[in-house]
Ligand binder design. Sequence first.
Ligand SMILES: Cc1ncc(COP(=O)(O)O)c(C=O)c1O
Length: 391
Amino acid sequence: MIIPDEAYQRLESMRPIYLDYNASTPIDPAVAKAMRPYLEQYFGNPSSAHWYGGHNKQAIEKARQQAADLLNCRPEEVIFTSGGSESNNHAIKGAAFANREKGNHIITSAIEHPAVIEVCQFLETKGFQVTVLPVDEFGRVELEALQRSITAQTILITIMHANNEVGTIQPIAEIARIAREHRIILHTDAAQSVGKIPALVDALGVDLLSVAGHKLYAPKGIGALYIGRGIRLEKLIHGAGHEMNLRAGTENVLEIVGLGMACEIARRDLQQNMAHAKEARDRLYNGLKQKLSEVRLNGHHQQRLPNTLNVSFPNVEANRLLAEIKDEVAASPGAACHSDSVQVSGTLRAMKVPLEYAMGTIRFSTGKMTTAEEIDRAVEIIANAVQRWKS
Ligand SMILES: Cc1ncc(COP(=O)(O)O)c(C=O)c1O
């Protein structure tokens, strides 16, 4: 079916307001433009010695430099992966297996993404011991608890940079000082922070850092892993010697080029994007507070991603409320209420958000395409829906 331009535009204008940038971002038009020749023209295998291969090899190395510039590291410290999940798997399993002779203890936190929690659970079945650190009511890991949990067997600490649900930013630089003192490898899952706030590996002091392309206006299915010099990792994908012999498989040139461009843009526009996302987020929060008597803000009030607003409306069922307004606003629930049970997210549970609030929790996340008009419309729609629910 061919959709005429006008009808297509009408369809576009009927789309719900997108307030779920932490779930995924649109591809930046400049990223799509950079990728297009690699979709239509340049198909060579980067390992081939001829012109076709050489051209694509150069494109990959340019993207590696762009990613390294964003993270403030050397290009040879970056490998490309299929996304945040693979980067986390490789960092955690790779470090655990490569350092097995030194110890078997891993420390993580209670608010990690499943792409970290499940990896740690898997390692438990392989003889590793995992300590899961609690967090305070704002979702921050306590440094004293971290200090206390370190043993002579500890080989790896894996704690996320910023939380995907509430946006709380962890004190990674301080955690790094503790890790360094004890000669423990430090990995951070920076899937949510890269492109949203400064995430410089030297300032953070981390050994391993995961990047997910689709959170910073690159496509889905591409990511990167920073591996600091001297850090040994067991391979996750065995095969030929691609990616400095760390990750086998002919490179995803198209998406690597996209990620490279997204990193360049993220670095160039970081301050501007942070200010824009924060303005939109705060406008949303203030608008909701003006219209509704009770809005609870979850997450740290200052140490938080500038685009993330996680709020609870007491005694509301978040998933049902979102289902009611799904044609107008797109956001994510913090809990799913079923006929006989409520499934609260692990992060809200770890932060001990009371059940009557947790069940009415919604994560809104803004981005560089969010407009003030969209926010004002969203405030009306959400506030009306909450009031309807309560009446
Ligand atoms: C904190 C965090 N880590 C890891 C991931 C997984 O990334 P990917 O979807 O690229 O595998 C996500 C995605 O939602 C995330 O938010």
